[in-house]
Design a protein around this ligand. Sequence first.
Ligand code: ATP
Length: 320
Amino acid sequence: MTLIQVTDLRRTFEVRRKEEGSRRRHRVEVEAVRDLTFEIAAGEMVGYIGPNGAGKSTTIKMLTGILVPTSGHIRVAGVDPSRNRTALARRIGVVFGQRTSLWWDLPLRDSFDLLQKIYRTDPARHRANLAEFLELLDLGELLDTPVRQLSLGQRMRGDIAAALLHDPEILYLDEPTIGLDVISKGRLREFLRSLNRERDTTLMLTTHDLQDIEALCDRVIVIDHGTQVYDGTLAGLHERGGSTRTLVVDLVDEVAPILIAGAETRRVEGPRQWLSFPADASAAPLVAALASSYDVADLSIQEPDIEDVIRELYSRPPAG
Ligand SMILES: Nc1ncnc2c1ncn2[C@@H]1O[C@H](COP(=O)(O)OP(=O)(O)OP(=O)(O)O)[C@@H](O)[C@H]1O
């Protein structure tokens, strides 16, 4: 069942820019989103990625009804978001990593109570959801803490619970793991996976962290300069872009550039060497081959970042 349907979506902004060599300003039209068409089915987990300024936030704002499209059509859960924002609000949850929707000076508990009143969630349903999310997100001990005293990770967990208390079918997440440590990121991803599995909640997620996508999304939509440039699996994106991961190897001694099958030595600095290998290949056989032929003191893997993957996508002719 299609839950989100976007057809020929376009949004422009008028901005005033300085003319070159003069102090005068003139109006120019920025096309933040153009000719965007996609569908998302109920229960999907979709990564919506692209470089800074690509049009991701503008799309999410139109999907949630905050912004009105310049042209094109949107249907979310059968509703036109900008015309029927209140009806839609009950069916979606939104989390912005950089902002909180909780009341800053109030204890977490009061924010949750207020949300029950705002959304008019059935009290029994609210209590059951709250008990479940407090447990799963480990928030029980923090209920009486004012939001401003929470750590970033705690606040994010609070925001996610807040976005879910009214049982939305769709959850939009904008950079949910930004600034979190590795353990908090892992826990959050596990929670989102279980939410999707247990409640069939549809997730649409914007992120600069490819590991979020790897852990959560079967499908990625890439947008750049307002248009969609890719829609498919993450593996397919890596393949199309030819992106690589990097094995950073610290050897016990300085030696000539490492030679092993399946990787290419790109850089040597004293005992440290950088080897690149295809992003969709496993690092395990490389690590085993290295350990059997070299004295390795330490190693780590660097993931490609989204900007690199997208840059690669452009530098190659489209497949098929
Ligand atoms: N209210 C606005 N007024 C004028 N221009 C805007 C407005 N909102 C967005 N834009 C412009 O539209 C384009 C897309 O911006 P948008 O915020 O949607 O990108 P984004 O992909 O979310 O970027 P980021 O990853 O940096 O958050 C940019 O050129 C931006 O400057």
